[in-house]
Design a protein around this ligand. Structure first.
Ligand code: COA
Length: 197
């Protein structure tokens, strides 16, 4: 893990960098455009998390409504991969979902995306369905789900903790200095958009 990589709630100023990463990483896979990100941020930004090392180097964007959430895009910059950052981001995002009273998180992943599928399984997602024509001629998707409990605490610390089981005592982890500001100014339950990729 590069030193100084912090996780925090996304803010408006991050959207441009998220859009650039999105277009780089998902080139040819219908990346989300800046206008869509801007519009979705207005309603769902309180559940979006970014990894920052000078600039944005990773993100998890979630859409939540009435106890259900969709993870609609998630990525780590190539030079930051395979060091646990994706896992940390995901756990951090799950904490945001718990705080937003989400009971189940759903995501779409391509069956060929082995790294992502492996990571999702490790943090407790299970395949619940598939859709052969979801991406049209671009192929099928697996749908994975993870249920949440209001007592779940997933994100342990900034040291890259590896435990995948949530902490059940609800105590904030020692050293978790990069917790986001409390959510203010956002409504928690908003419209649910289509799943990602
Ligand atoms: C998927 C992605 C976010 C993972 O980010 P990351 O920071 O590399 O993930 P981590 O380092 O936290 O890896 C966590 C787990 O993922 C799996 N994984 C990640 N990279 C892997 C690799 N190259 N080979 C095998 N497994 C890998 C492993 O299970 C790993 O756990 P382990 O270290 O105990 O083996 C990143 O590869 C990425 O941005 N991919 C392109 C975008 C994408 O596919 N997004 C998901 C769309 S659904």
């Amino acid at each position: 893990m590069p030193h100084g990589t912090d996780l925090r709630q996304a803010c408006l100023n991050d959207l441009e960098a998220i859009g650039v990463l999105e277009h780089t990483i998902f080139a040819g896979q219908q990346p989300y455009g800046s206008v869509a990100l801007r519009q979705l941020f207005a309603h769902h930004g309180s559940e979006w998390v970014v990894a920052v090392d000078g600039g944005v180097v990773g993100y998890v964007l979630v859409l939540a409504k009435e106890g259900k959430a969709t993870l609609f895009t998630f990525a780590v910059a190539e030079s930051y991969r395979e060091r646990g950052l994706g896992r940390r981001l995901l756990l951090f995002a799950l904490d945001k979902c718990v705080a937003a009273n989400v009971e189940v998180v759903t995501l779409t992943v391509r069956p060929a995306n082995e790294h992502a599928r492996k990571l999702f399984k490790k943090v407790g997602f299970e395949k619940v369905d598939s859709d052969e024509e979801y991406f049209g001629s671009n192929g099928s998707r697996d749908i994975m789900e993870r249920t949440l409990d209001p007592a779940d605490v997933f994100y342990h610390s900034a040291d890259g903790s590896r435990d995948d089981e949530p902490i059940r005592d609800g105590v904030a982890p020692a050293g978790a200095t990069d917790q986001p500001e409390p959510m203010t100014g956002f409504r928690r339950n908003q419209s649910l958009a289509r799943a990602g990729r």
